[in-house]
Every structure is written in structure tokens, then in C-alpha cells.
Design a binder for this molecule. Structure first.
Ligand code: IMP
Length: 430
């Protein structure tokens, strides 16, 4: 068995789409195990561009089964809209190739409203969320009052469940001086969408167990990146789920040994969207250049991404916490033509040198990067498919990254085209 988990090793947007697409061709089953429709993956198949958000990337390929695990939070209306949008592009999506965990929690309009309200409030700390209701939905899951997919199958108990949920939310509304929510309206909306959702519902843990027994290859598709992990990221400027590879098991109902190789997608520089610390951020022309050349705009929100140098301190740490076996280095071609390239190898914190990201948010905001400087390379990496095609200086840069982060490079991506990849290891081969 060789099941692969693909996870982001930075703040998301590392270029997972291309790699997930390549691996999903080899896999039989593609599983999302955390996050929700805050994710945005762009996939290019035979010249057609598809954008997935809540759905696993497997939906763009014929003959694959896509699975949404219990670790995902599901907005039923967004789920149906995305299916309709992708069907409109000619894809065949139905219950035979898309399974939704019966125990996945739902994102309701109240969650989206709460998320938007907090983000626009002046008195609450702004996180820069995608305003999709992700955080509030996970809060209700952990608070043991969430509605789950299975609840849609039991309309008789829906009213009581919604009443219990609104007990909590209406107390918040009163506190924030907002109008209270009407339970009957929430119930009516849920009853109306239920017949469209229920055909996709499945005991996903069992489906995956049987797939495993049948020797199917499973790809676990992570969203976001470990620096946004609720435990291991730059808390509180994080999303509300775990991205580390351990979550592939928890968020799908499989065991930790069912994930045999963990591929960490890693951009050759660093980007982040939203608020929060970013030690190597470049607020100058160089940062702007990276953003323009790398087309660094969010797929979901269209926001410009903040850009900076590669931070080996952070990636070394996420290799450890994420359980990463090897990295897929992406977008190295964006660095072509730069005179000087820097890698952060340590931090200065209050006069001391440290080699880790401190857990304290104020300390995270105070660390100053210590850089190692590289001469840029002449010529181009764009389109290279073998080490021999890379300029020597670019090879030196990649090798130094491997050394600093303590993980080997499994592949180097040199353009958005699928074939423009230097492949060192196929993660599905033992
Ligand atoms: P939320 O996930 O919408 O709650 O947003 C929390 C933080 O995670 C914000 O900084 C978002 O910008 C960030 N975030 C959420 N999803 C993604 C993603 O897919 N890529 C990059 N950043 C994301």
C-alpha cells in the first residue's frame, strides 16, 4: 500500500493544484480531510482550467472517486453550487464519484454572518479570514452543538437541534447588539437543501476501509498550509483546522499508518494572505516584483498575497510538525533573473539567535530574520525537466534548502505546465 498525503508547508498557496492533479491521476480515491470552501485549487487538465474549492481535485478526472471526510466543514449551498459550476464545464459529478461524510459538520448562513461581522468589527481582532464561516463552524463542532450532514436525514429532530444551536448564537447576537435569528427560517432552508445533499452522504470511514482492502491508492489532499494550522501555525492568525499529516487520518476515519508518504508542497519563496506575523516579508520593490511575477493573488478572495524570501526556519519546523517525508519545491522560475536571492536561516529575538518560531504571538511579531545571501542565476529555470537543465546556481539554492529544512526534494516545479517538473521521487512508489 502506498497512500500519499499532500500538505502545504507554508501559509497555503504553495501551488498544490498542479501536484495534486498529477498525483490524482495515479490515485483511485482523492480525500479532503480538513478545511472547507476557504481553499482554492486551480487545475489545468488538457488545456481546460478548473477551480475547486470545497470539492477534492479528483472530481476533474474521470474514473476517480472523490471523498469529503469528517474533518471538513461543509456549506451545503456552496457544495451544490460548486458541483453545478463544474458540471457546467462538462464534468460528470454524482453520488457514484463523490462521497460526503455523514459525520461532517455543516457551515450555515449564521456562521458566514458571524465570520463577516467579526472581520468588519473594530473591537474584535481581525484575522483576515476568507469570510466563509469556517472558524464559527469549527467552534460549533468543538462546542458539541453543530449540525452534521446526517442531521439532514432526520427532519423530525431538526427543529430541536436548530433551537439548541440558536440558544448559543442568539446569545451572541444579543451581546453584539444584532437582531436574533429565526429558527424556523434556518430549518426551512435546511429542509429545502437536504434532498440535494443526501444522495452524496456516505459512511466515509467504511468506504475508505473497503477501498484500502481492495488495494486502491488513496491521495489525501490537504488545503492551506501548516503555518495556518490551529495548533502548529502562527496562532491566533491561523485557520481553524489542522493541516499536519496526522489530520489526514483523523479527518477521514483512517489510521495513522494508512498514510505512507507525506509530500510537503513548498514554494521557493514565501507568501501569505491575511493578517499575522511574516518574518521575511518584503515591503519593497522586490516583494512587489515577486507578487507580480508569481501572480500572487488569492483564488478564493482575489486578495494580493504578501511576499517574502524563503524562510528555512519555518519550513524546517513544519517538516517536523507536519511529518513531511519530502518536499515538492514550486515556482523556482519566479526567482529567475534576480541579482540576489536570500534564505532566512535563523532569527534574532531580543538580541539572542534562535532557530525556531516561538509560540508566543508577540515574540513571533518581534523576530528578525538572519539571512544567507545567494547570487542569482543567469539563464532560466523555466520549463526545466532535469537537473542538467538548471543553472548551477539554482541547483545550489535547492540543495541548500534541502540541507536547511532537513528534508529531501522529491520534485521541482519549473512552470505551471504539468510536464515542466524535475521528478526525483514518485510518492506513490515505495
Ligand atoms: P479562514 O480559514 O477563512 O478562517 O481564514 C483564516 C486565515 O487562513 C486567513 O489568514 C486566511 O487568509 C487564511 N486562509 C484560509 N484559507 C486559505 C487558503 O486556501 N490559502 C491561503 N490562506 C488561507
Amino acid at each position: 500500500m502506498a497512500n500519499v498525503a499532500v500538505i502545504g508547508s507554508q501559509w497555503g498557496d504553495e501551488g498544490k493544484g498542479k501536484i495534486v492533479d498529477w498525483l490524482s491521476e495515479k490515485a483511485d480515491v482523492v480525500v479532503r480531510f480538513q478545511g472547507g470552501h476557504n481553499a482554492g485549487h486551480t487545475l489545468v487538465v488538457d488545456g481546460a482550467v478548473y477551480k475547486t474549492s470545497a470539492l477534492p481535485s479528483g472530481v476533474v478526472r474521470k474514473g476517480k472517486v472523490s471523498v469529503i471526510g469528517n474533518g471538513v466543514v461543509v456549506d451545503p449551498w456552496a457544495f451544490i453550487d460548486e458541483i453545478e459550476r463544474l458540471r457546467g464545464q462538462g464534468l460528470d459529478i454524482g453520488p457514484e464519484n463523490l462521497k460526503l461524510a455523514d459525520n461532517a459538520p455543516l457551515i450555515l448562513p449564521i456562521h458566514r454572518n458571524l465570520d463577516e461581522m467579526r472581520e468588519s468589527s473594530n473591537s474584535i481582532r481581525k484575522i483576515g479570514t476568507t469570510k466563509r464561516g469556517i472558524g464559527p463552524a469549527y467552534e460549533d463542532k468543538v462546542g458539541r452543538r453543530a449540525l452534521r450532514v446526517i442531521d439532514l436525514a432526520d427532519p423530525d429532530t431538526l427543529e430541536d437541534k436548530v433551537a439548541a444551536l440558536l440558544d448559543h448564537h442568539n446569545a451572541l447576537c444579543r451581546g453584539y447588539g444584532r437582531e436574533e435569528l429565526d429558527g424556523a427560517d434556518v430549518v426551512a432552508k435546511l429542509k429545502a437543501i437536504a434532498p440535494q445533499i443526501l444522495p452524496y452522504m456516505d459512511r466515509v470511514w467504511n468506504y475508505l476501509h473497503e477501498a484500502k482492502l481492495a488495494g486502491k491508492k488513496i491521495l489525501f489532499e490537504g488545503a492551506q498550509g501548516i503555518l495556518l494550522d490551529i495548533d502548529h501555525g502562527t496562532y491566533p492568525y491561523v485557520t481553524s483546522s489542522n493541516m499536519v499529516a496526522g489530520q489526514a487520518a483523523t479527518g477521514s476515519g483512517m489510521g495513522p499508518r494508512d498514510v505512507s508518504y507525506v509530500l510537503g508542497i513548498t514554494k521557493a519563496y514565501t507568501t501569505r494572505v491575511g493578517e499575522g506575523p511574516f518574518p521575511t516579508e518584503l515591503l519593497d520593490d522586490v516583494g512587489q516584483y515577486l507578487g507580480e511575477k508569481g501572480h500572487e493573488f488569492g483564488v478564493v478572495t482575489g486578495r494580493s498575497r504578501r511576499c517574502g524570501w524563503f524562510d528555512a526556519v519555518l519550513v524546517r519546523q513544519t517538516v517536523i510538525t507536519g511529518g513531511i517525508d519530502g518536499i515538492a519545491l514550486t515556482k523556482i522560475d519566479v526567482l529567475d533573473g534576480m541579482k540576489e536571492i536570500k534564505i532566512c536561516t535563523g532569527y534574532k529575538l531580543d538580541g539572542k539567535v534562535i532557530d525556531y518560531l516561538p509560540a508566543s504571538a508577540p515574540e513571533q511579531a518581534r523576530v528578525e530574520p538572519i539571512y544567507e545571501s545567494f547570487e542569482g542565476w543567469e539563464g532560466t529555470t523555466a520549463g526545466a525537466r532535469s537537473w542538467a537543465e538548471l543553472p548551477a546556481q539554482a541547483v545550489k539554492y535547492v540543495r541548500r534548502i534541502e540541507e536547511l529544512i532537513g528534508a529531501p526534494v522529491a520534485s521541482v516545479s519549473t512552470s505551471p505546465e504539468r510536464e515542466d517538473t524535475i521528478l526525483v521521487k514518485d510518492p506513490f512508489q515505495d
